[in-house]
Design a protein around this ligand. Sequence first.
Ligand code: LLP
Length: 426
Amino acid sequence: PRNVQRSADGALTVAGLGVRELAAEFGTPVYVLDEDDLRSRCRDFRAAFDGVDVYYAGKAFLCRAVVRMIDEEGLHLDVCSGGELATALAAGMPPERIGFHGNNKSIAELTRAVDAGVGRIIVDSFTEIDRLTALARERGVRPRVLVRVTVGVEAHTHEFIATAHEDQKFGFSLAGGAAAAAAFKILDEDVLELRGLHSHIGSQIFDASGFEVSARRVLALQAQIRDARGVELPELDLGGGFGIAYTTQDDPAAPHDLAKRLRKIVDSECEAERLVVPHLSIEPGRAIVGPAVFTLYEVGTVKDVDGIRTYVSVDGGMSDNIRTALYGASYSATVANRTSAAEPMLARVVGKHCESGDIVVKDEFLPADVQPGDLVAVPGTGAYCRSMASNYNHVPRPPVVAVRGGQARLIVRRETEEDLLALDVG
Ligand code: LLP
């Protein structure tokens, strides 16, 4: 996070609060959110993408306090389940600034979205078009929809988080003609209002050229629709997926540069196709919340394994950050409660779960005198960590604490063993 420093006593501080005090008050592990950092990333995106609607992708991390921050910073919100929609509405997010995603929205979810009056529904299948048509007739409303287009771009990221190559579950294929057919079908249904096309090529993407190719391809479809039906779709959503730096090796593009490149390609493509430039939107999740959070753990054991490697076990692990195990993601770690003059030693930061894949940080240099009771901070855990957390081994999920101007505020409390037992009704 942007507001992290080392204080004179060697401990990390965030927004003026020391990690020892945070650990004492909230326990460990704890996700610490630098609120000003998150808000400044919202502003960076809005300033860079001037005139573009920025939908924060709530799947990265969502709770009521964050919805309110997003709302106050003037962002829109992308939700992809009834639960995310409920959280957004509970926090008072204006429904017209909500977009609803998902490849398998249930009738109940669609009904809630329509009744709440969400601003747009991004349709993902012919089944969904039928469901939505029936619902719109029944309710006497005219939902605004976008068509999710699979543009056939191979995004250079982990297979599980690439979404625009042909052979995966999302969207309507461009090459196979399904995307055009979906758009025509919606245009034929007078109860649905087709606002535009949508594409999302994947997540944790560094190379802007994938966005350029995808923009070009959806705009070609836009021209095809205009030629066939005489309608110019007024909106275009280019999705999210903007990469962040997890380690010093990562070098993500600044929002400003991305915005410039995307605008240029959209403008030139529209000119070539003689299209009116549509109103653009994007959906960053990770780039807004990821860097704004670090996880604070306490070291429990330090084990040297036959001189091969030192395992530093912390009091969380794959239940609060599955990304290392699931995607081979890279993180860094630092001893947070003190500085040390000891030699750096190659360590592996592992969790407390019952499997050897329970790795938080695969390789990191930590001071050789790291010991039980030390605090370890792992930065960049704002996105897809708390939101993908589990109760594996019946470990309660950690709280989220927002810090700002020297004040700490609990925004998601720690789960308790009572919470876990409350579900267990047998
Ligand atoms: N829009 C759509 C339609 C999406 O599917 C996603 C992410 C986003 C926006 C936001 O992408 P972002 O800007 O956050 O990269 N669990 C994985 C990431 C899955 C992303 C799913 N969709 C991970 O931990 O890396």
